[in-house]
Write a protein that binds this ligand. Structure first.
Ligand code: CU
Length: 297
């Protein structure tokens, strides 16, 4: 009679391991069907890759998972990736938070919060650009002060930031009101900290690479994003939408762009020794992504 019990234990173990392995991956497993993958990103444009043959490369795939490990090595004769992120599509209306409590402090909160920062030329600020599948390359720069998540005027500062996995992160309450920081990654709550008094500080770290959502349980409009990374090839676009990586080992990579409203979109890039690949990345509208190529003739 022990046999069925063993099978049950084995099945449960497999389920638990599967769930854990799935959490290690920062991306959802994708269907194996190439057709459905193709429809996933039908119209992402890689306008120009300046390389030896001058050919442009179209995005055709999406990584099934993000690497959780990374090997630091000396990069000799690497290349540079330089570019700009643009968006051509409908701009969503800004969020207008309803400040329903702690008016004296939270009243300083902006009345409108954009979901996407686009300038008149369509250039996107505060998007996170990263090499999604790089396994080895240069080390992180020597870090100074630890990254900070500050809560000020009932807003998280910064709204989007990148931190290294297992790097200590300071969480500060600069407000004279209580905040409760709730950090989650996919379906998992990472921590939930109450900071009821001004100038309270806490130190936390994020173990797994991927996107972390920050929310405040006291003020439901408070939201921010932390991108946890295991390698240094990640950057937040500047006000003019530009980004740059250097010392990239030569090779072909998947480059991902995450933006709060548009989510993550991917592109192919090839890096050649000693050369600069110049990318003009156009993010597609969210709605168009859902309706696939059939709608676009
Ligand atoms: Cu709060």
């Amino acid at each position: 009679m022990t046999k069925p019990r063993l099978s049950l234990v084995t099945a449960l173990t497999i389920c638990l391991l599967a769930g854990y392995e799935s959490f290690l991956s920062a991306d959802e497993p994708r269907p194996a069907n190439p057709a459905s993958e193709k429809q996933d990103h039908p119209s992402i444009l890689l306008a120009a890759v300046t390389s030896q043959d001058g050919a442009a490369t179209a995005s055709s795939r999406r990584s099934r998972r993000r690497p959780t490990s990374y090997k630091v090595m000396e990069v000799k004769n690497g290349g540079t990736i330089s570019g700009v992120v643009k968006y051509q599509g409908e701009i969503p209306p800004p969020k207008k938070p309803q400040i329903v409590k702690d008016h004296e402090t939270c009243g300083h909160h902006p009345s409108e919060v954009p979901l996407i920062n686009v300038d008149k030329d369509g250039r996107v600020a505060e998007a996170v650009v990263f090499l999604a599948d790089i396994a080895e390359g240069k080390d992180f720069p020597k870090s100074g002060a630890p990254p900070i998540i500050d809560q000020k005027a009932c807003q998280f500062h910064p709204h989007v930031q990148v931190v290294r996995a297992r790097q200590p992160v300071e969480i500060v309450n600069s407000d004279p009101v209580a905040h409760n920081i709730n950090a989650s990654q996919r379906i998992y709550t990472l921590f939930n900290i109450l900071q009821p008094q001004q100038n309270m500080r806490a130190t936390q770290q994020f173990d797994r690479p991927g996107l972390v959502n920050l929310r405040c349980n006291v003020h439901d409009w408070m939201q921010a994003y932390v991108h946890v990374v295991v390698h240094p090839y990640v950057v937040i676009t500047a006000e003019d939408g530009t980004f740059k990586f250097d010392d990239v080992p030569a090779g072909k990579y998947e480059l991902a762009v995450w933006q709060e409203f548009l989510d993550e979109q991917t592109f192919d890039v090839e890096v050649k020794p000693g050369e600069t690949s110049t990318l003009n990345l156009t993010l597609k509208p969210k709605a168009a992504g859902a309706s696939d190529t059939k709608a676009s003739h």
